[in-house]
Design a protein around this ligand. Sequence first.
Ligand SMILES: [Zn+2]
Length: 264
Amino acid sequence: MNHVTPLSRTQSFASLLIDGPASRTREEERLHRKQRLAATFRLFGRAGFDQGLAGHVTARDPEHPDTFWVNPLGRHFSRIRVSDLIRVDHTGAVVEGDQPVNRAAFAIHSAIHAARPDAVAAAHTHSTYGKAWSTLGRLLDPLTQDACKFHGDHALFDDYTGVVLEQSEGARIADALGPNKAVILRNHGFLTVGETVEAAAFWYLSMDNAAHTQLLADAAGTPQPIPEDMARHTAGQVGGARSGLLSFQPLWDLVVAQEPDLLD
Ligand SMILES: [Zn+2]
């Protein structure tokens, strides 16, 4: 499967500014997404986002867009390699790989990928700050420049009905997500989507950080949000898909240098 030269190991930041999915073959694009997906799990593991069997990040297959690559059930994020990823079809069947899929991963992500053709990737874990924020039942405020990337671009799924096992529940979450880059699942956690694996992963890391920041600020006093017009202006500056893609690159460089086995 990994006979294609991993362009990514040596890909420079400068070349990333020029190269894009359009310049890759389907095989190269598949490998690109799988490598970023494996790196995302390593980064999420470092961030402490693992929580037992919970958490999944998916990448749509470039050749069979009604299927997606995902982590196998029960493997710690910090150990995931490219060869561990499994591909799941629109019925929930594993069509590549021999590991089981998390049923909630299928129920949620299949609905998201179906509802959002632009979403190449979706990320969801039970990270601590996202989970803590989700209990408040409200959106994040534009308290900082970084948080502005979610201003006017995230939604609230204001319901909790147990572990998501049915596609109909996944569809309700996709409905709540709408055209946004993220949705807060009440009493559950965050979910982000991106036009690239890189963007979905970076949005997740950044949103958990925004929740952490607001929880600290709210606990310390009465934080002053950025005024609406300036928050919207800043969102345009820091919230674009390209910004997410490029922001992931230093993390990718670091984790591949330190844990090259993730590419196996
Ligand atoms: Zn969950």
